[in-house]
Ligand binder design. Sequence first.
Ligand SMILES: [Zn+2]
Length: 96
Amino acid sequence: MLKDKTVMDDEKDGLDALSKISGLKKERVQKIWDDVKDNQKVLEECERPHDFEQISEKFGSDYVCKKCGGKVRSIDAKWYKEGLKDSDSSQWIIRG
Ligand SMILES: [Zn+2]
């Protein structure tokens, strides 16, 4: 009789696949994944709105929120700030 796959089995399969594709050790892939999840949790729990500032002067540098410490890519920070500007608009157009 075949055993049903569990979420844990799926995570192990995903970890194995990412390790194989990237050439990184499974422990390193797991650490990166844990960091991504931790950062997402910090961002979700932030007392909004985020207050992003560029981490360094280097082109394409990530941004960090001065309130929660969560990090995002520069393009995400840019669009977040654009969204805040537009949130004041009385001309909302939402499609889809
Ligand atoms: Zn924040």
